[in-house]
Design a protein around this ligand. Structure first.
Ligand SMILES: [Fe+2]
Length: 272
């Protein structure tokens, strides 16, 4: 279970060319952002940039590319130009859950032509005021404008609800907070101890225990199992991207199943 150390340890990582976009797969880059505070706990930020065919352009003469942005980090002029230079004009910006929205307004203001996509619950939240999201019929289906390259499904725990994405060409599954593998060496002091007790540290990190409890209390674990089976059996992911901690370049299906061990097998909802 290993991949480039650049992705795991630095908040200002850059590749050998000096770009902050670190190649993760063909047409998929990761960018490390600053650490933000979440109820006083330090959380490093990370976004993904995927270059996809631009369905809004006439592609009869040449293939046009555009950028699809997942969980955008804090934006500056340099990052904006690097993204567009590398992956194409920014046309799609997605928030995967109702926590990862913090920098959406910056991106909307900078790229007003881009479509913004909410996750379940986010659109109704007061914090989302001022964000203009695309209307969607179901968060379990990718928007037609990017569906050729990227699939998605929802882990519905009542609250929380998280949209998990799948970049089909590279077989990369993209989780946000449902799988957290915070670098164990970064979990220091009382807050680090609490995060370790919450089950979100190291290679064996998982879903925060309070989220697992919400799935259990809401009797949502059967549905979670269906969603997980869909990811593992239909998507067959090979690479794993997560927002907090160690990503994986291979063996993603086994890692995901191990990290989500709290979701019981089918028809055995209350086994443990
Ligand atoms: Fe997060």
């Amino acid at each position: 279970m290993s991949m480039s150390a650049d992705i795991n340890t630095s908040t200002s990582a850059s590749n050998t060319s000096g770009s902050r976009l670190i190649p993760f797969a063909v047409n998929l880059w990761l960018v490390e952002g600053p650490v933000v505070s979440f109820y006083g706990f330090p959380y490093p930020t990370r976004m993904a940039v995927i270059s996809i065919p631009d369905s809004s352009m006439d592609t009869s003469t040449e293939v046009s590319k555009c950028s699809w942005i997942w969980s955008p980090i804090s934006l500056d002029d340099e990052l904006a130009s690097e993204v567009e230079r590398t992956a194409g004009p920014v046309k799609h910006i997605v928030s995967p859950n109702c926590i990862h929205w913090l920098f959406m307004k910056e991106w909307q203001d900078r790229f007003p032509q881009a479509k913004m996509y909410a996750s379940p619950c986010l659109q109704e939240r007061e914090c989302a005021a001022g964000l203009k999201f695309e209307p969607v019929e179901s968060f379990d289906e990718p928007h037609p404008s990017y569906a050729a390259e990227i699939d998605q499904t929802v882990f519905d725990g009542g609250w929380p609800k998280e949209v998990v994405f799948f970049h089909k060409p590279s077989k990369t599954v993209i989780f946000t907070d449902l799988i957290q593998r915070q670098p164990i060496e970064s979990l220091t002091g009382i807050k680090g101890w609490i995060m370790k007790m919450d089950g979100v540290g190291g290679e064996n990190g998982s879903t925060p225990r309070e989220w697992r409890l919400l799935f259990r209390l809401g009797r949502k674990r059967d549905k979670a199992r269906q969603t997980l089976d869909h990811i593992l059996l239909d998507w067959k992911p090979e690479k794993l991207v997560i927002a907090h901690g160690q990503c994986e370049q291979s063996n993603a299906a086994a890692v995901v199943e191990s990290c989500l061990h709290w979701i019981p097998p089918k028809h055995n909802e209350y086994r443990h």
